[in-house]
Structure formats: structure tokens, C-alpha cells
Design a protein around this ligand. Structure first.
Ligand code: HEC
Length: 141
């Protein structure tokens, strides 16, 4: 390393420290909140997480089938709504007033959200078979 470079490196380390006007004081900080919230208890009968509107979901969603069908399922709010609409259309599930429906969907999407680990990672492009629909072959001109 040349002298000039060394000087620059030294300056870049020393200057920021030297230029701090006031001495840094230790500020008392509250104990950090636990990163992971305590997991809710599990209802021994249904297996539902006992949090939020779980009793509303138990009341509306276990008349026709086991709660297991729900607790093993995962989805976004939109996906849960799609399942509800499907049951309403095909399985005689009753209509909910919008407030009730919102609370049910909030409970489901917060407690049974899409689970990243359930999807495999994308296949790297170099391991994919050749794509017959590349722009060259589909060009219409
Ligand atoms: C009126 C009867 C009825 C009620 C009430 C009901 N379901 Fe269903 N649900 C069904 C039927 C029937 C099936 C199909 C069962 C099967 O395939 O064995 C089903 C299937 C499901 C499935 C599986 C869907 C899939 O793709 O595998 C989920 C999840 C589900 N219901 C969630 C709910 C939720 C959440 C509620 C409450 C909002 C609810 N169900 C209330 C009748 C009902």
C-alpha cells in the first residue's frame, strides 16, 4: 500500500471519530420486547388456536366437518374467502354478515397463513427444460 493510500485509510477511520462533537452517552433503553410472541394455547377439542375470534370460527365452521380440515389448511385472506365462497356455492354454507365474515377471515388468515416451508423453492433456470415458447419461436412476423 502506498503512503498516500494508507493516509486516506487512516483518515477515514479517525476522522468520523474525531469529529464527533459530544461524547456519546449511554441512553437507558427499555428491555427489548420478546421477538416471538407467545404461541396461543390450542383448544383440545377442535385443535384451534385459542386467540382472537376462535370461538366465532368454532361456532360457524365446525358444524359440517372436522376442524382439522381447517387447521391443516393455509391461506391468505383472499384464499380463505375463496374457500368460503366455494362452500357457500356448493356445500350449503350459510351467508355471513360482512362483519362476521371479516372476523372469521381475519382469524383464519392470521393464524393459518400461507406457510413458506410448504412450497418448494423455485427451480433454477439452468435446470429447467428448454422453453418452446421463447420469443424467437413465437414471433409472428
Ligand atoms: C354447511 C356445511 C359447511 C360449513 C358450515 C363449513 N364448511 Fe367447510 N366444507 C364443507 C364441505 C362439504 C367441504 C368438503 C369436504 C370434503 O371434501 O370432504 C368443506 C371443505 C372445507 C375445507 C377444505 C377445502 C379444500 O380445498 O380442501 C376447508 C378449509 C373448509 N371447509 C373450511 C371451512 C371454514 C373456514 C368454515 C367456516 C367459515 C367452514 N368450512 C364451514 C362444508 C361446510
Amino acid at each position: 500500500m502506498q503512503k498516500k493510500q494508507l493516509l486516506l485509510v487512516l483518515l477515514s477511520v479517525v476522522l468520523p471519530v474525531a469529529c464527533t462533537k459530544e461524547p456519546v452517552q449511554a441512553v437507558p433503553v427499555a428491555a427489548p420486547a420478546p421477538v416471538v410472541a407467545a404461541e396461543p394455547k390450542i383448544d383440545p377439542v377442535t385443535g384451534f388456536k385459542m386467540t382472537g375470534d376462535w370461538e366465532l370460527v368454532r361456532g360457524n365452521c365446525t358444524a359440517c366437518h372436522s376442524a382439522k380440515l381447517i387447521t391443516q389448511q393455509r391461506g391468505t385472506a383472499e384464499q380463505w374467502l375463496t374457500m368460503i365462497r366455494w362452500m357457500q356455492k356448493k356445500q350449503n354454507l350459510w351467508q355471513f354478515d360482512p362483519g362476521t365474515e371479516n372476523r372469521i377471515i381475519t382469524y383464519l388468515s392470521e393464524n393459518y397463513p400461507p406457510d413458506a416451508a410448504r412450497r418448494r423453492a423455485a427451480i433454477p433456470p439452468d435446470l429447467m427444460p428448454p422453453n418452446p415458447y421463447t420469443p424467437e419461436t413465437t414471433s409472428l412476423d
